[in-house]
Design a protein around this ligand. Structure first.
Ligand SMILES: [Cu+2]
Ligand SMILES: [Zn+2]
Length: 199
């Protein structure tokens, strides 16, 4: 009888350990994470690094701008590419702004420059710049312009401070002077798109 009792105790302990391992491993959260990863084109299912994000650009401040921005991950790098058309020829500043809200006619709902590192405004690649200071884009006589850059300074959908999802891409009326604080004196906002993770 005593032997039998010990056997039950051992079985109970084994079961407890087994069940405990299963139930607190956070399986639900993990599977959720993986399904996001598999939703991306890459299919690695290796978590948040594999999802791309994009922003559909809408006209603001009476402009006729349209276009799209994409953020494509590869390893620890993210490549941003913007294409716009219907824009007045010349030089136009492009920034990531801190709020994913393009509802205002003048784009001011997108807030200020996205600046999670608390830096001064400046030029991408320069000594000090906001994480959202993407630089200037040249728009040709045909009204089209493109801008791209690759960086390891951002993440997509990580929820970390450097996550670009839920922010917005803004195209300005004029060039960024890279010195005026905190805006670059880039004028009004002629295009705005909320950055969303692609499933
Ligand atoms: Cu801006
Ligand atoms: Zn800035």
């Amino acid at each position: 009888m005593k032997k039998y009792g010990i056997l039950i105790l051992i079985l109970a302990l084994a079961c407890f350990a087994g069940c405990g391992g299963k139930s607190d491993s956070g399986d639900a959260a993990h599977q959720d994470d993986h399904s996001h990863g598999e939703g991306a084109d890459h299919g690695h299912g290796e978590g948040h690094g594999d999802s791309m994000a994009s922003a559909e650009m809408a006209a603001k401040s009476g402009s006729s701008l349209s276009g799209k921005a994409t953020f494509v991950p590869e390893g620890d790098q993210v490549t941003f590419t913007l294409f716009v058309e219907g824009v007045e020829p010349g030089t136009h500043a492009v920034h990531i702004h801190e709020t994913g809200d393009c509802s205002a006619d003048d784009g001011t709902s997108a807030g200020g420059h996205w600046n999670p590192t608390g830096s001064d405004h400046g030029e991408w690649g320069g000594e000090a710049h906001h994480l959202g200071d993407l630089g200037n884009m040249e728009v040709g006589e045909n009204g089209q312009g493109t801008l791209s850059l690759t960086t390891d300074a951002w993440s997509i959908g990580s929820g970390a401070d450097n996550d670009i999802v839920g922010k917005s891409v803004i195209v300005h009326a004029v060039a960024d002077d890279f010195t005026t604080q905190p805006t670059g004196a880039a004028g009004g906002r002629i295009g705005c798109g909320v950055i969303q993770k692609e499933m």
